[in-house]
Design a protein around this ligand. Structure first.
Ligand code: APR
Length: 258
């Protein structure tokens, strides 16, 4: 690791040591080292597929089989992967802060849960779950293979319980995510390009840039990513490299005396 990264790691550990509450926002990058493709890389999911076709309500109306092919392939991929040291490092962090710690994830792969994170808000849904387009029932089906076009016991077609483009986020989960971001004293932003809203708006919220919130001190934002992103200008500390290496290093540092 470079001297610059070592210095930033030490600053990040200091910030965390005095943090009352910690909120972590994660994106596809944290699962990249597990073997889950990200979206916006040159070989990412959105290079091979059109968002409107496979991740929008209109696409599903037009061709549900195509959409289910896409999600069944993603479910099959996730069946073969495991959490990486980055996910496990966050579980170690949670053990220090307990219910004053939360992970807000845009990922639908369930790897934070498998790693043992408890205070977890999956704001974009989960590949594990289906939702009935008729009766609305949400069911956890694990990752077992589903029929090409799965149907509910009520007869209607099932859809993945994923938040698609042009859809709103589930109220309860989103409210919990906003609360965690608004209250935190340190926010870790890990492996996200920070271009998709409202998820990315949690970062200015933590920085108290909302016009109504001048009361509390701004959170310290620590970005962990391979490269600079849309979030970098808001970050106080930048840790640039693979999160599967950076996060365990950060937690190890925290475990050492200051
Ligand atoms: N460690 C850290 N960061 C990484 C790693 C890694 N090993 N590998 C890739 N990254 C970073 C990339 O540099 C990029 O900034 O992860 C980010 C992935 O960005 P996106 O592919 O845009 O994924 P994400 O930010 O999660 O996308 C947000 O967009 O398409 C929708 O609903 C989908 O939840 C998703 C949302």
């Amino acid at each position: 690791m470079s001297d610059e990264l070592d210095r930033e790691l030490a600053r990040a550990a200091d910030a965390l040591r005095s943090a009352a509450r910690v909120c972590v926002l994660t994106g596809a990058g944290i699962s990249a080292e597990s073997g889950v493709p990200t979206f916006r890389a040159s070989d990412g999911l959105w290079e091979g597929h059109r968002i409107e076709d496979v991740a929008s309500p209109f696409g599903f109306e037009r061709d549900p089989r195509l959409v289910w092919n896409f999600y069944n392939a993603r479910r099959a991929n996730v069946r073969t992967v495991q959490p990486n040291p980055g996910h496990h490092a966050l579980t170690r962090l949670e053990a220090r802060w307990d219910d004053r710690f939360a992970v807000v994830t845009q990922n639908v792969d369930g790897l934070h849960r498998v790693a043992g994170t408890k205070n977890l808000y999956e704001i974009h849904g989960s590949l594990y779950r289906t939702r009935c387009t008729g009766c609305g029932e949400v069911a956890d089906r694990g990752l077992d293979a589903l029929p090409e076009l799965p149907h509910c016991h009520c007869g209607a077609m099932l859809r993945p319980d994923i938040v698609w483009f042009h859809e709103s986020l589930p109220d309860d989960v989103w409210t919990a995510a906003v609360t965690s971001a608004a209250k935190c004293s340190v926010m870790l932003v890990v492996g996200t390009s920070a271009v998709v809203h409202p998820a990315a708006s949690l970062i200015p919220l933590a920085k108290r840039q909302a016009s109504w919130d001048h009361v509390r001190r701004p959170a310290i934002v620590i970005e962990v990513n391979m490269t600079r992103t849309e979030a970098s200008d808001l970050a106080d500390i930048g840790l640039y490299g693979p999160s599967g290496q950076i996060l365990p290093k950060l937690v190890d540092l925290l475990d050492q005396p200051a």
